[in-house]
Design a protein around this ligand. Structure first.
Ligand SMILES: Nc1ncnc2c1ncn2[C@@H]1O[C@H](COP(=O)(O)OP(=O)(O)OP(=O)(O)O)[C@@H](O)[C@H]1O
Ligand SMILES: [Zn+2]
Ligand SMILES: [Zn+2]
Length: 803
């Protein structure tokens, strides 16, 4: 095995395969699959990932590896395999797929250090390099002639540790530990030797007679009510010793989590969890869909499934949407599993993320709770993968490697032969369709916990409000109800859907929204040209001066924000104490947490917010949920608009009346007759599913059809049009008759950063040749795509962002 096959850090079509490199004697044993190496590539030296070893190369001349960056693999064999699979799935470069699985710190050029973590004497040659220091730069080691093999053994034996210098040295926290240097008998002896005055020292030694484990110095001093001066002579006499230990940055370290005990499951929960537990026991790969109404106790089913996995000494990945990764959520997992849990989400600093990742890699934890990228947690013995709120589109990565975490979960589940559980009150249509077909096993929780009823939901027709002379954002009914709850000391969640504003056109009188005649999708308003356009086909029309339905002149595009609403609210109900939660008020670290805590402590009557407050919140005192404009999402230029609206309304409504107090929901809308609004107010997922499936079938959308979205961009509009046109032609001529190839169409965001964007959408059922065709297109334009600020073609085989 003297040849390493290396994926080089040059993202391009020509380099998208392993290259062979010789392994110099010095690195043998250290170079293994999953480590990064420095290799010569053309005239340069670059980084690469070793993916396999072999003892034979087809090339006569093979250059040698210059250096090794990792002494232990940072990617497991399984993740290397996943990277390969991902690259095939998404047609991204293999190198990008490997990079996407790693924390930022390992991708950028951070300085690396070697830390001595032992008090033992180092072997002579190593001692020479360290020369009495505890920490050296990795470079110093590289420049020495020491064997990598030796260093690796030292690392594996826990004598030396590799650290990434993330920022300044101060970011790394160390703590001084104290432990006895002698066994119990010797400690007893030293007690006798102590002078009579040394009372304090006596207490310290007695302490260690009872506790032989190392203890943080600070804690020791506090416990014994003494000072460092007491300890010092004991160290000098060689009775105790102290040493520094790095404390991994623990973002939740300052918090105490109250330990929770498992609940006795309800009958429904029991029935749902049984097949999952069986699958864990049998080590079999099944995909479950846990469809449970809001407040039905899905989380408890997750927790107890994970417990089973922990008891079997296996590991669990728990994905939650970024936005739902609230302190409340973290608390539930930390509360049950304590320090066995690592948490990964985007609010952590690069260093914190790396530390959490390292806990996983070193197998110091058995559970990871995290957002999308936690699906790549480097566990080696996974017993279950759970995705909560599986319908969330944030599970889909939208740049570079366009993967969906759900697909990765299922692929890893296959490899580890373990169950995957998808959970939601409102599963994605694709997922539910698979469950109905029997591809996934459907588990249902139809009832709320503690016999709590689903809240009573009412629709308020805002057109009528307008006709009755109420021009404010709040219907009279909502206002009365808010006042009523405040009087009773109960709490209110007010939800404003901010996404989707200012793009669609609606009549304030009759609620009519201009839609594309060919696509059943709202037209997008283009302000400069005063025109309405469809982003799927090429249809466009002028902005109407009056409503085509009722001839009212109040037809216009929509726009508002949380701040405006807060002001309006203060005028309307001056006594209301409001907490506003949106991007602006939660920008500072920890503010999200703080605001929710304040609300939980009843320091406000109303929590007003955007998407951020729709999910996962479980406050017993919330009895009223108000949705300010239910329609805003409905009119996005997206075939999933109805589905998203249904999901969001269901989620938000689900925040009310989750415990003893009954809940009520008021949904303000301009289109109360829309099936998605009607059915969400009835909490009827099945009926919504049936209705929406009919439309998807009629208009050739998923899950009946697959989509491929090409997005082409370039500074020159003509160029973009021309290339997109060519793609449309190329695909149209080669795909089967069953495929619809649509375009070229300007993207909803037609110009970003002075680049024009056009798209081509393919709808198809089965096109085995498609990937090859796409590869040919990408290959054909490769040179043009390499140029700076040149042509860009992205292909998404599972598009969620259609703009
Ligand atoms: N078996 C049980 N016995 C008693 N209480 C339970 C049980 N299971 C869950 N609960 C409690 O019921 C409440 C609702 O459960 P949970 O928040 O898990 O619901 P959910 O289905 O995840 O809801 P959502 O989808 O709205 O987030 C929680 O406060 C939870 O602690
Ligand atoms: Zn009208
Ligand atoms: Zn159209």
């Amino acid at each position: 095995m003297n040849i390493a096959r290396v994926i080089v850090d040059v993202p391009s079509q020509n380099t998208n395969r392993p290259f062979d490199y010789g392994i110099p004697e010095r690195f043998s044993g250290v170079v293994q699959p999953g480590v990064r190496v420095i290799i010569p590539f053309g005239p340069r030296k670059i980084m690469g990932y070793v993916v396999s070893l072999t003892d034979h190369s087809d090339f006569d001349k093979v250059r040698d590896i210059v250096d090794v960056l990792d002494l232990t693999p940072i990617l497991t064999k399984e993740l290397l395999q996943i990277g390969k699979w991902l690259s095939n799935q998404t047609l991204s470069y293999y190198i990008s797929c490997l990079q996407v699985m790693l924390p930022q710190v390992l991708k950028a050029k951070y300085r690396k250090e070697l830390w001595i973590t032992t008090e033992e004497e180092l072997p002579e040659e190593l001692e020479k390099v360290f020369a009495g220091r505890d920490v050296i730069d990795y470079e110093e080691f590289q420049q020495s002639n020491l064997s990598y093999q030796k260093l690796r053994t030292m690392i594996e034996d826990g004598w030396i540790d590799v650290h990434y210098e993330v920022k300044s040295r101060e970011t790394k926290r160390t703590t001084t530990m104290v432990e006895p240097q002698k066994d119990a008998i010797e400690l007893e002896e030293s007690l006798v030797d102590l002078s009579k005055q040394a009372n304090k020292q006596r207490i310290v030694i007695q302490y260690f007679l009872e506790h032989e484990q190392p203890v943080p110095k600070k804690q020791l001093l506090q416990t014994l009510h003494t000072t460092a001066a007491t300890i010092k002579p004991l160290i000098e006499k060689g009775i105790l010793r102290e040493y520094k230990q790095e404390v991994l940055r623990d973002p939740y370290g300052h918090r105490e989590f109250e330990r929770t005990q498992p609940f006795t499951l309800t009958e429904e929960q029991q029935a749902a969890i049984e097949p999952v537990l069986a699958s864990i026991e049998d080590n079999s790969h099944d995909v479950f869909l846990l469809h449970g109404v809001t407040g039905s106790g899905k989380t408890e089913v997750y927790l107890q499934s994970i417990q089973q996995v922990i008891d079997r000494d296996q590991e669990a990945i728990m994905l939650v949407p970024e936005i739902a990764l609230t302190p409340q959520m973290v608390e539930r997992f930390k509360g049950r599993f304590g320090s066995k849990v690592a948490v990964l989400h985007s609010a952590l600093s690069a260093g914190e993320k790396y530390d959490e990742w390292r806990k996983i890699q070193r197998q110091e934890v058995q559970v990871v709770v995290g957002a999308r990228s936690a699906i790549f947690a480097p566990f080696t013995n996974i017993g279950i993968i759970i995705i909560d709120e599986e319908h969330e589109s944030s599970y889909k990565q939208e740049d570079r490697t366009r993967y969906h975490a759900r697909d990765v979960a299922i692929e890893r589940g296959k490899i580890h032969t373990c169950p995957v559980m998808l959970g939601s009150a409102t599963p994605a249509l694709e997922t539910y369709a698979r469950a109905v077909k029997g591809n996934y096993q459907l588990l249902t929780l139809s009832k709320r916990m503690n016999d709590a009823m689903m809240p009573k939901a009412e629709l308020v027709d805002m057109r009528e409000e307008l006709h009755e002379g109420n021009r404010s954002m709040f219907s009279r009914q909502l206002k009365e109800n808010i006042e009523d709850r405040i009087a009773k000391g109960e709490q209110i969640v007010l939800f404003l859907n901010r996404r989707g504003y200012a793009t669609f056109v609606m009549c304030r009188d009759c609620g009519h929204v201009k839609e594309c005649p060919h696509c059943d999708i709202a037209l997008t308003y283009h302000r400069r040209q005063e025109r309405l356009k469809c982003h799927y086909c090429s249809h466009e029309e002028p902005m109407p001066a009056q409503c085509p339905e009722c001839e009212s002149k109040t037809i216009r595009y929509f726009g508002t924000g949380t701040q405006k609403i807060e002001e309006a609210l203060q005028q309307l109900i001056p006594e209301a104490r409001v907490i506003r939660m949106d991007v602006d008020t939660t920008r500072r670290k920890g503010s999200h947490e703080r605001l929710l805590q304040q609300f939980g402590e009843k320091k406000a009557d109303i929590l007003l917010g955007t998407q951020m407050i729709a999910k996962g919140l479980d406050f017993a005192n919330v009895t009223l949920v108000g949705v300010l404009a239910a329609d805003s999402l409905l009119n996005l230029p997206d075939f999933r608009a109805s589905e998203k609206t249904f999901q969001l309304l269901t989620q938000v409504s689900g925040r009310a009346g989750r415990h003893q107090l009954p809940g009520e929901v008021i949904i303000q809308t301009y289109t109360p007759e829309h099936y998605s609004i009607q059915l969400s107010s009835q909490f009827n997922y099945e009926a919504f599913f049936a209705e929406e499936m009919k439309l998807r079938k009629a208009f050739h959308y998923p899950p009946y059809y697959f989509l491929t979205l090409f997005t082409v961009s370039h500074p020159k509009q003509l160029k973009v049009q021309e290339v997109t046109q060519k793609i449309v032609q190329f695909m149209g001529q080669r795909l089967t008759e069953g495929a619809d190839v649509l375009g070229p169409t300007p993207s909803a965001l037609t110009r970003i950063n002075d680049r024009y964007r056009y798209q081509c959408m393919v709808k198809y059922k089965k096109e085995p040749e498609q990937r090859k065709l796409v590869q040919r297109i990408l290959h054909y334009y490769e040179d043009e795509m390499k140029q700076e600020n040149g042509l860009q073609i992205t292909v998404d085989f599972q598009p969620y962002q259609l703009m």
